[in-house]
Design a protein around this ligand. Structure first.
Ligand SMILES: O=C(O)CCC(=O)C(=O)O
Ligand SMILES: [Fe+2]
Length: 440
């Protein structure tokens, strides 16, 4: 395999086994409890199962220590635990999206415990990383990240990723409400999709992988993902900037201008707080126009003087140019059986045989210690439905469509939200960006 071959493999998600070499691979929840030293952390609480998509804006937030969180996960709650009232059967808790420099502001030396050097990114460490600690059943709704590619290290417990390629965007019912810089959300609930309402979704091609501790997932730029914790889970990721992020920055700046002016137009009559994710802040219009101006200036500079930034994607590909990438189909035939013998955990119960294959095909328990790279398997839409245990709701297609339409148009607030969502749709933003760039 040479450099070009590896680049062509990078057009889909990949799993890296035996390649994470840094002290943070030992970060069990217990180790993290000691390292974090009773630091208060914002914890997201949401329903494990819901008919509609659960966005961040639908969740409850409580401040907890990691000890409170783990005690709750283990069913060991004292009255003083802020999570004492939360029913573990119905709800999940997620200490998600914690930027490591904030988490370890009192002990910055710990940032060196993470290193992405074995992925060709020599200077990247905890200062560029984010940590996610979830209870069993915690999830992040389906979205794609607009900048760069992503490397995700699974440290403890298992996490399952459902991914969809950027070419499926037209089937994913994309929306910028709730708004968060650099995240485009899907309206679809991936675990219980309403395929009679979101009819186009059936044309999508799902890729599914269960990450085990020690594995690293490469997520290519703009791939959609829905992520769920199968156990109490710890993972660490880094979003790696790419050269073409400069153009994305203009799209993001336009979106920010639009959302801020829409919020100020509508805030008197609608609860616009629900349009914005809790970690996000919409600044006022002049500030946002300033971001847009800077994004355009930066793009101009990079196109006239050449981009001086290191090409991270090139560094990453260079590192693996002599490695084999095992195609997922080979992997399914050759590896799943032997891996099955080595399993440490009991199988999940499922109605489908696909489950066993998904559970086993990507285990890190390979026969030797050399790095191996495996393509993530894609599935037919039918197999995916079977895998998630989809069952048709009792309503007939027409009834269901009508009920949904009734709900959407029930109140003026919903109608407004609908209208505003359509103004912020990614295809509208693309048209605006294009005319903006042409105008310049
Ligand atoms: O692990 C999760 O829950 C979500 C992670 C994610 O969205 C990301 O790494 O981009
Ligand atoms: Fe993401």
């Amino acid at each position: 395999m040479d450099f070009k071959d590896f680049i062509s493999q990078c057009n889909g998600p990949l799993i890296f086994n035996n390649n994470l070499n840094c002290p943070a691979i030992e970060w069990t929840p217990q180790v993290l409890i000691d390292l974090l030293n009773n630091k208060m952390l914002k914890c997201k609480i949401g329903p494990k199962i819901a008919e509609d998509t659960v966005f961040e804006t639908d969740c409850l937030y409580l401040n907890v220590t990691l000890r409170d969180f783990i005690d709750w996960c283990e069913g060991n709650v004292k009255e003083s635990n802020p999570l004492a009232e939360i029913d573990k059967k119905k709800f999940f808790c997620y200490i998600d999206y914690k930027y490591m420099p904030d988490l370890f502001e009192d002990s910055p030396d710990l940032l060196k415990s993470v290193s992405w050097e074995s992925f060709g990114l020599c200077t990247r460490n905890g200062k560029d990383s984010t940590i996610w600690i979830g209870s069993e059943g915690a999830f992040t709704p389906c979205h794609y990240d607009t900048y760069g590619f992503n490397l995700v290290a699974q440290i403890y417990g298992r996490k399952r990723w459902y991914l969809f390629p950027p070419s499926d965007t037209e089937y994913m019912y994309a929306t910028r409400i709730p708004y968060e810089e650099s995240s485009v959300f899907s309206d679809i609930n991936i675990k219980q999709p309403d395929i009679l309402y979101y009819t186009e979704f059936q044309k999508s091609r799902p890729y599914i992988v269960t990450l085990e501790p020690g594995q690293v997932l490469y997520v290519p730029k703009n791939w959609w993902h829905y992520v769920e914790c199968l156990d109490t889970s710890v993972s660490i990721n880094t979003w790696v900037e790419m050269k073409d992020d400069n153009e994305t920055r203009i799209k993001e700046a336009i979106t920010r201008v639009l959302i801020s002016s829409l919020v100020s137009d509508f805030q008197e009559c609608v609860d616009t707080q629900h349009w914005i994710n809790p970690n996000e802040e919409v600044k006022n219009c002049p500030v946002n126009i300033g971001y847009l101006h800077k994004a355009v200036t930066d793009l101009k500079l990079s196109s006239t003087h050449g981009n001086q930034d290191m090409d991270n994607f090139k560094l990453f590909c260079d590192k693996f140019k002599f490695h084999q990438v095992i195609p997922s189909s080979d992997n399914m035939c050759n590896m799943s059986e032997s891996l099955d013998l080595n399993r440490k955990r009991p199988k999940m119960s499922s109605a489908s045989g696909v489950d066993n294959v998904l559970e086993n095909a990507y285990s890190s328990e390979t026969t030797n210690n050399s790095v191996n790279i495996i393509r993530v398997q894609s599935y037919s839409f039918k197999d995916y439905l079977e895998f998630i245990g989809y069952s048709l709701v009792k309503l007939s297609g027409n009834e269901q469509q009508e009920t949904k339409a009734d709900l959407c148009l029930r109140s003026e607030t919903d109608l407004t939200k609908h209208l505003v969502k359509s103004i912020l749709k990614p295809d509208v933003i693309n048209i605006l960006t294009k005319s903006f760039l042409d105008f310049k």
